[in-house]
Design a protein around this ligand. Structure first.
Ligand SMILES: *Cc1c(COP(=O)(O)O)cnc(C)c1O
Length: 453
């Protein structure tokens, strides 16, 4: 092992060079190859045995990655990767991810990671201010939105317990909320009360009132109300103003799941969509979705971080040395201990480019979604399901069943034009464009629609 760590041989230098060159070449592509998955059998056959007693050598391992594994991996940052929620890291953010990797920073405690945590916290403060939270708001970057939602709701329950309330506990959200809330409820062993959104998909006060009353009637103790700031399927923003009013009146914790869509608040002309978020107790937004940072990161912010601290701080003899001195330990604010300083790539990119460019890039995605929705409406073989609110456009190809969508989607990937998979709504198959990449072009979107004729 000491050999691996210390010997700077010609071989190590060459490998260093090769890995950095590969990384630069990956960033130089314009666009990156879209690529496609391969079967397990094919990959086994092509790679052969890679883990051996003697090692196959870095050059060989890199060649296997470059020539076999990477091409069998879809590039989520391709401009025409339009399914799920794509990724579109800036080069500055990707470069700084390399720096984080080379730096071995322990991001759990101030005692170890102070400088890096300071920079991460500047980003969290910026996001908190953007959402109108008061000074003192703060939190932590965790791995993803699922873990962010879980950590926030665990904090919420702790807060409810501290006020003397008792279970059986319930969380209230809308039918359009993300699947991670159901997963969170299962892990926490709490009930999820699903409220009925309006026909245009929004979660409103009326629906929240009904769901809370129903939960209480069946003997449950609701402790949190969750609004979604940009649903994953349609990009719908719930009525934050109304929901925050209900949460205040009913003494519930108001959590905002903005994993995808809260980034839209940075677009000056769309900011008013989020009115009321300034009253939330916690929110999340994923930089790896629409804030141009690499996988994987979720910014989790609390109005009053003390509630999170009392829920999440881990106690152990060996940890005593990091507690009790008033320093900011990110581990205390989520379900995690050891952590990568995964907020640093976003910090570096924001510092490099400035916030204005982010506002423009996000507004551009929203405008592009509107533009392509207009084209969809004009084509008689297509049907737009809803006017886009943010940067997701959902539509049907009239007359197609799910098999036809699947065949079309596979052919699209085969041709390497785009990655667009079938989806569904209320049992009917459809497809959707989720646009977060500043390099996505209107003309390419039109080309994709042409393939559906
Ligand atoms: C993507 C998403 C999540 C889950 O985030 P991950 O980072 O994938 O764990 C939660 N909520 C919403 C609204 C999302 O779009």
């Amino acid at each position: 092992m000491s050999d691996i760590m210390h010997r700077i041989s010609a071989e190590t230098l060459a490998l260093r060079q090769a890995v950095l060159e590969y990384s630069v070449a990956r960033m130089d592509y314009d666009p990156v190859p879209l690529d496609r998955p391969e079967s397990l059998e094919t990959l086994k056959e092509l790679t052969g045995q890679t883990l051996t007693d003697a090692g196959i050598g870095g050059q060989q391992a890199l060649a296997i990655f470059r020539d076999i594994l990477a091409p069998a991996t879809v590039s989520a940052d391709h401009p025409n990767f339009l399914s799920f929620i794509p990724a579109a890291p800036t080069e500055a953010a990707s470069l700084f991810d390399l720096v984080v990797s080379a730096s071995s920073i322990y991001g759990g405690s101030w005692k170890e990671g102070a400088g890096a945590i300071f920079a991460e916290n500047q980003v969290l403060e910026f996001l908190a201010r953007e959402c109108g939270l008061p000074d003192g708001a703060g939190g932590v970057f965790v791995q993803g939105g699922t873990l962010g939602n879980l950590s926030a709701l665990v904090s919420a329950r702790q807060w409810a317990k501290a006020s003397g309330r008792t279970g059986p506990w319930a969380v209230v959200c809308s039918a359009e909320a993300h699947s991670s809330l159901a997963a969170t409820a299962r892990v926490m062993d709490v009930e999820l009360i699903i409220a009925e959104p309006t026909p245009d998909g929004k979660f409103t006060a009326n629906a929240a009132d009904k769901a809370i009353a129903a939960a209480r009637l069946s003997g449950l103790t609701p402790f949190a109300l969750v609004g979604t700031a940009g649903t994953t399927n349609f990009g719908i923003v719930d009525r934050m103003d109304e929901l925050s009013g209900v949460a205040g009146k009913e003494n519930l914790w108001f959590h905002v799941d903005g994993a995808y869509g809260l980034a839209g608040i940075l677009s000056t002309e769309h900011k008013s969509l989020y009115q009321g978020i300034e009253n939330c107790d916690s929110f999340i937004v994923d930089p790896h979705k629409w804030l141009f940072a690499p996988f994987d990161a979720c910014a989790l912010v609390y109005r009053n971080p003390m509630h999170a601290k009392s829920a999440h701080t881990q106690q152990a003899d060996y940890l005593d040395v990091v507690h009790g001195d008033g320093e900011w330990n990110p581990s205390d604010y989520a379900f995690n201990l050891t952590r990568r300083v995964r907020g640093l790539p976003l910090w570096f990119s924001l510092a490099t480019h400035g916030i204005a460019v982010y506002r423009q890039a996000i507004a551009r995605s929203i405008n592009l979604a509107r533009q392509i929705a207009d084209v969809i409406e004009q084509r008689d073989y297509l049907q737009l399901l809803r006017q886009p609110v943010l940067s997701v456009v959902v539509f049907e190809r009239r007359g197609w069943d799910i098999t036809q969508y699947k065949q079309w989607s596979e052919a699209l990937l085969e041709s390497q034009l785009a990655f667009v998979v079938p989806s569904s709504h209320l049992g009917r198959p459809n497809t959707r464009f989720a646009i977060v990449n500043p390099r996505t072009e209107f003309t390419d979107l039109v080309k994709i629609l042409d393939t559906m004729k």
